[in-house]
Design a protein around this ligand. Sequence first.
Ligand SMILES: Nc1ncnc2c1ncn2[C@@H]1O[C@H](COP(=O)(O)OP(=O)(O)OP(=O)(O)O)[C@@H](O)[C@H]1O
Ligand SMILES: Nc1nc2c(ncn2[C@@H]2O[C@H](COP(=O)(O)O)[C@@H](O)[C@H]2O)c(=O)[nH]1
Length: 190
Amino acid sequence: MKNNKYVFIVTGAAGSGKTTVANYLQDHYDMHRVITHTTRLPRPGEQDGVDYHFETPSSLKKLHLLEQVTYDQFQYGSSLEGLAEGWEQGKNDVIVLDTAGAITYHQQLGAQAVIIFLTVTHMASLAKRMTLRGDKLSAIHSRLHSKEYHRDLALPAALKGIAHVVVNDQWKNTKQQIDVIVRQILSKKN
Ligand SMILES: Nc1ncnc2c1ncn2[C@@H]1O[C@H](COP(=O)(O)OP(=O)(O)OP(=O)(O)O)[C@@H](O)[C@H]1O
Ligand SMILES: Nc1nc2c(ncn2[C@@H]2O[C@H](COP(=O)(O)O)[C@@H](O)[C@H]2O)c(=O)[nH]1
């Protein structure tokens, strides 16, 4: 879909802070948050239509999705309609995806897809953050043992030289790095 707006894709390991960064982009840069679809159950405090569109396996099958992945046994997917919603309001979009989804967006949208890959210095802090977030121990255990969790700890080869890599150890530093990236991208067209 050709227009002069971007979709900022926040990707990286589970617990690395993707949702936190997406919320920051929504609040500070008035971006439109694309709500994706999943068959996993809501975490404490998560709301349908706000954090995700929560689906059953059969309701997910009926959707027209731009891309769809399996992550830790559950299905996730995002639609072109979700992207168009923000762009039709004249806004840039922000979406949270796993690295497989980020690669698909890069392939489909090229430079219109701005990819931010989050990582942390000490991988042990990821599980700590999930615990502090209130995730069930069984969910954390399953996540840490999934092949997708291990895959997303490192920047995939297909995104090398494409994604902006941000180390989210200290939130204050992260915000500064995100500000630099967003201003650099938005200054290209404005
Ligand atoms: N720089 C940081 N320092 C400490 N805690 C952080 C930092 N950034 C985010 N957090 C916290 O870590 C937890 C995980 O963050 P968040 O939910 O944004 O991660 P995520 O990458 O979206 O995770 P998931 O993929 O599992 O949904 C949250 O409780 C969040 O408040
Ligand atoms: N490729 C896609 N990845 C997605 C989508 N929605 C979320 N995600 C990613 O899945 C994992 C697991 O999410 P969680 O909320 O259960 O921790 C995480 O990396 C998300 O970024 C999507 O539509 N497509």
